[in-house]
Design a protein around this ligand. Structure first.
Ligand code: ZN
Length: 334
């Protein structure tokens, strides 16, 4: 849960306007429903059934969706955020939402390309594909660069962001520069010149393993540095904050990166000190790298899915109950 510290609020004129003392913003739907006969609270529009997306405009909060029968209150509970008024508004909501999406989608595509390259290696070795397919490796640093551009939105998405979070995001943005350079060196040069790493002996060239370790450390540092900014985004979804939607965490992703790093380090140790080399050691480092890589792909797939789910929340900001309903004063019948 992310709350703007009190001392930051005066620095943020936009946010002050958002502070609402209106008690209806703090009512929960149940209390509202109980009061509904007198208040005749109806939905003021821009609210769609959580289950079937039917437009609920004008319906009573006590009613049910005419299309699928889901109670309107269920939709309210899913969409209305009781803490909506405590979030500082995003400065550029569409840009912030798009940046989050670009950051995760480009990174996920880069991971997919690396997996595809290994499939191409096998198909090239079986002469099903021409050797030039290895050149798709240039896509990896390019996609990482696109992801870095998306990550710029983490620096200052709203004016109540903690300074430390902004500084961490700036350092992460700078770390993308050596990351792209090393990914270029590995996937766009080394692997194209030396041939398939797993089907030739180039996997055992120390230079390649060292490049992988540097890349691993850079990704680990970026993930840990961006963590607080990404949580800032996820906290805006009431469903993610309250754990009603499972959320992929950068911490789990970082753990997967550590696994591959351990595998690569063990590999490097065995290359430098041949006495360590054995079938068991080779099996262990390969298992660590394969399992870690699988977890990285799975983790970033989840992160991309989270970004897709967060897109409408960030773009339109969390909504309070007061924004969604209007109370029509109906003459009381006696
Ligand atoms: Zn419905």
């Amino acid at each position: 849960m992310v709350e703007a510290p009190e001392y930051m609020i005066p620095l943020c004129p936009l946010m002050q306007n958002q502070q609402s003392d209106n008690p209806k913003d703090h009512l929960d739907p149940d209390a509202l429903a109980a009061a509904a006969p007198q208040l005749a609270a109806v939905l003021s529009g821009d609210l769609y059934c959580w289950s079937c997306k039917y437009d609920l405009t004008g319906l009573s909060v006590t009613g049910t969706c005419p299309e699928c029968g889901t109670p309107v209150r269920a939709t309210l509970l899913a969409i209305v955020d009781p803490q909506a008024s405590s979030f500082a508004p995003m400065r550029w909501p569409v840009l912030s939402a798009a940046g989050l999406l670009i950051w995760s989608a480009a990174a996920f595509c880069a991971i997919l390309v690396i997996f595809l390259l290994r499939v191409f290696d096998v198909l090239v070795s079986m002469s099903f594909l021409p050797a030039r397919f290895a050149q798709f490796g240039v896509l990896v640093p390019i996609l990482a660069g696109v992801s870095a551009v998306g990550a710029l939105v983490f620096i200052r998405p709203h004016c109540a962001i903690r300074v430390s979070t902004s500084i961490r995001s700036i350092i992460a943005a700078f770390l993308y520069i050596p990351l792209v350079a090393f990914l270029w060196g590995l996937h766009a040069r080394f692997d194209i010149v030396s041939g398939s790493p797993y089907l030739s002996d180039s996997i055992n060239i120390e230079d390649r393993v060292e490049k992988r370790i540097v890349i691993g450390f850079l990704i680990l540092a970026i993930a840990l540095l961006l963590r607080s900014a990404v949580r800032e985004y996820a906290a805006r979804s009431v469903l993610m904050r309250t754990g009603q939607l499972t959320r992929q965490t950068l911490l789990a992703f970082a753990a997967a990166v550590v696994l591959t790093l351990l595998g690569d380090t063990l590999h490097l140790v065995s290359l430098r000190w041949p006495a360590v080399q054995s079938f068991a050691v080779t099996t262990i480092w390969m298992a660590l790298v394969v399992i870690g890589s699988g977890m990285i792909a799975f983790g970033f797939g989840g992160m991309l899915w989270d970004s897709v789910r967060l897109y409408p929340v960030i773009r339109r900001r969390p909504r309070s109950l007061g924004e969604i309903i209007r109370k029509e004063s109906t003459p009381r019948q006696s």
